[in-house]
Write a protein that binds this ligand. Structure first.
Ligand SMILES: *[C@@H]1O[C@H](CO)[C@@H](O)[C@H](O)[C@H]1NC(C)=O
Length: 132
C-alpha cells in the first residue's frame, strides 16, 4: 500500500522535498550504505530463477495524489515484477494521497474505503483461484 520499493529513489525524493533529515527512513536504514540491502527492488534483482518462481503474487495499490511516496514508486516496481515474470496487479487510485490510503481503510464512511477495499476483495478472490 503506497509503498517504497527503492529506498535510494525515496531518499532522492525526500531531498527534493528537503525532508531527508526529519524523515525516519534514513535513520531506520542506519545509513545510505544499507539502502540497497533493505530495498525490495534490489532484493528481487538478486534472486536466482528458482527463488523467483517462489515469489508470491504481488498486489500494489497507490494513490496518484501521493506526494510523500510518489506513484512512480509502485509503477517502477510493477515494471520490475513484470520483467521478472512475477504475477502482480497494480491499482492506481485517482486523487488519493498517502494519508488516505491508511486512514480511509479504517471506516466504511471514508471517501476511498470502498475503492481500496474493493481492490483488496478482487485480489483476494483471485488468490482463492490460485490455491483451489
Ligand atoms: C490527503 O488528503 C486529505 C483529504 O483532502 C487531507 O486531509 C490530508 O491532509 C492529505 N494528506 C497529505 C499528506 O497531503
Amino acid at each position: 500500500l503506497s509503498g517504497v520499493y527503492s529506498i535510494m529513489d525515496h531518499y532522492k525524493h525526500e531531498k527534493v522535498r528537503a525532508v531527508e533529515y526529519v524523515s525516519t527512513m534514513h535513520k531506520a536504514m542506519d545509513g545510505v550504505e544499507n539502502f540497497d540491502y533493505y530495498s525490495p527492488t534490489s532484493l528481487l534483482k538478486k534472486l536466482n530463477e528458482d527463488q523467483l518462481k517462489r515469489v508470491p503474487p504481488v498486489v500494489l495499490l497507490h494513490g496518484t495524489n501521493d506526494i510523500i511516496v510518489p506513484v512512480e514508486s509502485s509503477v517502477k516496481f510493477s515494471e520490475l515484477l513484470t520483467a521478472l515474470s512475477i504475477r502482480m496487479s497494480l491499482y492506481l487510485i485517482p486523487k488519493m494521497n498517502h494519508t488516505e490510503m491508511v486512514t480511509d481503510l479504517m471506516a466504511p464512511d471514508r471517501h476511498f474505503y470502498h475503492t481500496v477495499y474493493g481492490c483488496i476483495k478482487q485480489e483476494y478472490s483471485k488468490f482463492q483461484g490460485y490455491v483451489d
